[in-house]
Ligand binder design. Structure first.
Ligand code: SRM
Ligand code: SF4
Length: 557
């Protein structure tokens, strides 16, 4: 590890003091009078996939502590038995909803301290985990969920599992606390002197994200990850990966030293080297990331500041290979296939649109019940979570398609037209009321705003115009707003920064168009912009491409 100039952050100090990440979590779980964890334990809890939050809707009347629990579900693949377990756990310990995330996982919200232990234990009993779903470690590894494009997807998914396993932290505290229900025995020398073989004593300076995609589909926004493997497939066979490093979207308002960055594609490697290369990139972050400033600690700043040539040489040295020049590839789109389609193996799959990832029952659409029943009646299916917050019901035998379809329809899901083009292409992060960092609404607000924008576009003679719209409650970028064609980034309650100019393939960052727009004034601001788009676009040109071609070349007003 290079010597760090400056004072280490508090997170670094506590990681060094407790490399097992056990803290006093087990003791708090056993304390019937406790309603929350200590500040330091809240940091350790993140490594266990748990966030301490409070219900922000209730702040005016008093603070109610709740927990968010995030699963680690590599490639977003779940068996129907796991789905049924998650469904039941959401009712028993959570807020009766399952929240599909932008990284192919599921979050439980509104969990009380008393339910936390049983919830995490039950997730493990379902043979999934929450370990390393958050924290300064490698997060949930992404893999292409859609079965329609190539048989090589299975080989890519297998590599995703290998990398996820290889980059898992090895602390025994997780098992002790959540499975055995005991405090880790720190007198046992194995625990006393524990140092993670990959991460070392202090883990990474910050989170680390890894994903796999298969061009031309970029449904996981791979260039936003610290480490991306872009599969090169020839004649349905995986021949290797282009390596992408140094992506990341988080930024802070008013701090130009923080910025979104797309990963650089720096070379090509054979499939058998994925684990070595993944470890090489991760340890570059471990050794060179800034441990004195968490806002400057992601790998993207190392890559940006030390350069691509340095990064490539360092990967080669650590992985013991020579990277070949990247192979040609190109991305066409980031969206999921919704509705019924045929998979490459002849089975069928249904792409279920889940508005902003929130699965729950409302009177007119009982999506949670529908999925529970499908998981029960068709146990041979596979549930796949997508990076666009949707769910794919995969491996449906053709003979079962009609019955699955009928069941969805019976629960209020219009399987022929699930959402309008604008709703289908939109994403919002969780934001209020659970996210402690939210400055404005997102998940709860975007659907209504999309309805308003649809009306505006229809008035302007642009009905059914697909525009990728994303909203986040703060600049951290959880719904990947900086690759959207049009993005609203929360600044304050009811106020958003507006970004334009991303593209359909997720390969271009957008730019700020308006520093702050009041929600009530969004239509008035966007009307002239959409009208210009209608007049000035080239045939078939998308909004984001027009904005980048025209608006970016205009002098600032
Ligand atoms: Fe995120 C922090 C939700 C994907 C960048 N993110 C958070 C926290 C945990 C808030 C906190 O730290 O207290 C949010 C929990 C809200 C809640 O109540 O549930 C949160 N992030 C999410 C999810 C659930 C958004 C969603 O609507 O689906 C996504 C969970 C993914 C998962 O399953 O692992 C989620 N977060 C992302 C992404 C998108 C991605 O990875 O493709 C990004 C941008 C890419 C990146 O990492 O650069 C992202 N989240 C952040 C950041 C900014 C990191 C940075 O480098 O500055 C934070 C804040 C932080 O880490 O300090 C953050
Ligand atoms: Fe919370 Fe901000 Fe992430 Fe939205 S973008 S979930 S408000 S941290």
């Amino acid at each position: 590890m290079i010597e760090q100039k400056g004072q280490l952050t508090h997170n670094e100090v506590i990681k060094a003091a407790v490399p097992t990440l056990a803290g006093t979590i087990a003791a708090t779980l056993k304390d019937p009078t406790a309603d929350r964890f200590s500040e330091d334990d809240a940091q350790f809890l993140k490594f266990h996939g748990i966030y301490q939050q409070d219900d922000r809707d209730l702040r005016k009347t008093g603070k109610k502590y709740i927990l968010m629990v995030r699963g680690r579900i590599p490639g977003g693949v779940m068996t129907t038995a796991q789905w049924r377990q998650f469904d039941e756990l959401a009712d028993r310990y959570g807020n009766h909803s399952l929240r599909v995330t932008t990284r192919q996982s599921i979050q439980f919200h509104g969990v009380l301290l008393s339910g936390l232990g049983p919830l995490v234990k039950a997730i493990n009993e379902a043979l999934l985990s929450t370990l390393a779903a958050c924290g300064d470690v490698n997060r949930n590894v992404l893999a292409p969920p859609t079965p329609a494009y190539t048989r090589a997807r299975e080989a890519v998914f297998a590599d995703c599992l290998r990398v996820a396993e290889a980059l898992k932290p090895r602390t025994r505290a997780y098992h002790a606390i959540w499975i055995d229900g005991v405090q880790l025995d720190l007198e046992d020398p194995v625990n006393k002197d524990f140092v993670d073989p990959l991460y070392g004593k202090t883990y990474l300076p910050r989170k680390f994200k890894t994903g796999f995609v298969i061009p031309p589909v970029n449904d996981l926004d791979i260039l936003a990850d610290d480490l991306g493997f872009i599969a090169i497939v020839e004649d349905e066979r995986l021949v290797g990966y282009n390596l992408a490093v140094g992506g990341g979207l988080g930024r802070s308002h008013g701090n130009a030293a923080t910025y979104p960055r797309l990963a650089d594609v720096i070379g090509f490697l054979p499939p058998e080297k994925v684990v070595d290369v993944a470890k090489a990139v991760l340890t570059i972050h471990r050794d060179y990331g800034d441990r004195t400033d968490r806002k400057h600690a992601r790998l993207k700043y190392v890559v940006q500041e030390r350069g691509v040539d340095w990064t490539r040489a360092e990967v080669e040295r650590r992985a013991g290979i020579r990277l070949e020049p990247p192979r040609p590839f190109h991305f066409t789109h980031t969206h999921d296939l919704l509705g019924w389609h045929e998979a490459v193996d002849g089975t069928r799959f249904f792409g279920l649109h889940v508005e902003n990832g929130r699965i729950r029952d409302v009177p007119e659409k009982r999506m949670k019940s529908a999925l529970r029943e499908i998981a029960g009646r068709f146990p041979h299916l596979e549930f796949r979570l997508t990076g666009n917050q949707n769910v794919i019901l995969a491996r449906v035998p053709p003979a079962d398609q009609a019955a699955v379809d009928a069941l969805l329809q019976d629960h209020g899901i219009n399987t022929r037209r699930q959402a309008t083009v604008l709703h289908a292409a939109a994403m919002a992060c969780v934001a209020l009321p659970t996210c402690g960092l939210a400055l404005a609404e997102a998940e709860r607000h975007l659907p209504g705003l999309i309805d308003r924008l649809e009306q505006l576009l229809a008035e302007l003679g642009l009905p059914d115009q697909e525009i990728i719209i994303r909203m986040t409650g703060c600049p951290n970028g959880c719904a990947r707003p900086y690759t959207a064609e049009l993005a609203f980034v929360g600044k304050a309650p009811g106020r958003y920064q507006v970004w334009v100019g991303g593209n359909a393939s997720g390969t271009r960052l957008n730019r700020v168009w308006r520093e702050t727009v009041k929600d009530t004034e969004i239509e008035a601001e966007l009307r002239p912009l959409f009208a210009r788009f209608r007049e000035e676009r080239q045939p078939g040109e998308r909004f984001g491409d027009w904005a980048a071609r025209v608006l970016w070349n205009e002098p600032a007003s």
